[in-house]
Every structure is written in structure tokens, then in C-alpha cells.
Design a protein around this ligand. Structure first.
Ligand code: IMP
Ligand code: MG
Length: 177
């Protein structure tokens, strides 16, 4: 696929950082009851690579939320499209998300999951775009902090496309309808 835009984070850089993050999480969650919650669909690639580096007997669950539709800007409305399969009460929960931008999605998710009484709740994001934050979110593990650009690849989409790229690139303006 050509002409999408400039590569921001290449595959090797992603893999190196994700392996470091996995090591850090492995240390922090020793002797804990870790449940990794992936947020569909964007976090799928990141979660799959990350958990290979978490050397602990964890479980995985998934949630799907929607806040964007076919737009590059947040509508601010978060809807649960798919809820967790299992109860998280008393568990050490780690939310794994692709990117935190305005913070609206994670702010909503954190509140929602906290109301289910987990033992602990932390957030792990592949990318952080702090310049557009509208609500504060405490992200405990951040892969990369990036500038205010719309990015695609490695799970991130524009109108559901480009998720399968093995790297993260900036979407050129001429590809945005
Ligand atoms: P927030 O609620 O604004 O923090 O947005 C979080 C969600 O918006 C992420 O889970 C992504 O699905 C989407 N998003 C935010 N920025 C980008 C981007 O640059 N590329 C693709 N998706 C994005
Ligand atoms: Mg998305």
C-alpha cells in the first residue's frame, strides 16, 4: 500500500518498545490476578504483541466501544458495542488501548470498569496524543507520545481501513474524505 503517508513508527521500533513494556508489566503484576482487557478493534495488534512479553498467567477479555464513526474527530459519545464476558470484581485489571486522544473513551471506560469493583485498574496505551486532551486520564503505561496528527496502521483505522499495516503512519490529507 503506497501513498498513505509518512511512517511515524516503524515495525522494529514498535516491537522493541512493546517488549520493554511487557517486561515492566510482568514485574508490576507478579503475584497478582491479572486480567488484560483489549479494546476492540484498534488494540488488537498491540495487545497480541504485548501479551507475548508478559510472562505471567494472565487472562484476556475484550470490550468494543464506539466513539468516532467515519470521522477523524471524536464525537464525545461513547457506546458499548460489546461488553466483557467475565466478571472483574476483585481482579487486577489492565485496560489495553491503541491510542488516547481526547481521553473521552478511556475516561468513560475507566469509570465504567471501576464501578464493577476490580481490585486495581490501570491503563496501557500504545500511543498518547496529549495535545487534544479534553478530560484528564491517568495512563500508567505509554508506548509512544505522538504529535497531533491522525495516524493509521498497527490496529488504527481510518473508516475501518489500514488496520493491517505493521507500522504506524500519518494519514495524508488527500486520503481524508
Ligand atoms: P479519544 O476518546 O479521543 O481519546 O479517542 C480514542 C479512540 O479514538 C481510539 O481508541 C481510536 O479508536 C480513535 N483515535 C483517536 N486518534 C486516532 C488516530 O490518530 N487514528 C486512528 N484512530 C484514532
Ligand atoms: Mg478506532
Amino acid at each position: 500500500m503506497q501513498g498513505i503517508g509518512k511512517i511515524l513508527i516503524d515495525e522494529q521500533t514498535l516491537m522493541e518498545r512493546i517488549s520493554e513494556m511487557g517486561e515492566e508489566i510482568s514485574k508490576d503484576y507478579q503475584d497478582k490476578d491479572l486480567v488484560v482487557i483489549g479494546i476492540l478493534k484498534g488494540a488488537v495488534m498491540f495487545l497480541a504483541d504485548l501479551v507475548k512479553h508478559i510472562k505471567l498467567p494472565l487472562t484476556m477479555d475484550f470490550m468494543a466501544v464506539s466513539s468516532y464513526g467515519r470521522s477523524t474527530h471524536s464525537s464525545g459519545v461513547v457506546r458499548i458495542l460489546k461488553d466483557l464476558d467475565e466478571d472483574i470484581e476483585g481482579k487486577d485489571v489492565l485496560i489495553v488501548e491503541d491510542i488516547v486522544d481526547t481521553g473521552l473513551t478511556l475516561n468513560y471506560l475507566a469509570d465504567n470498569l471501576l464501578s464493577r469493583n476490580p481490585k486495581s485498574l490501570k491503563i496501557c496505551c500504545c500511543l498518547d496524543k496529549p495535545s487534544k486532551r479534553r478530560v484528564p486520564v491517568k495512563v500508567d503505561y505509554v508506548g509512544f507520545t505522538i504529535p497531533d496528527k491522525f495516524v493509521v496502521g498497527y490496529g488504527l483505522d481510518y473508516a475501518e481501513k489500514y488496520r493491517n499495516l505493521s507500522y504506524i503512519c500519518v494519514l495524508d490529507d488527500d486520503n481524508i474524505e
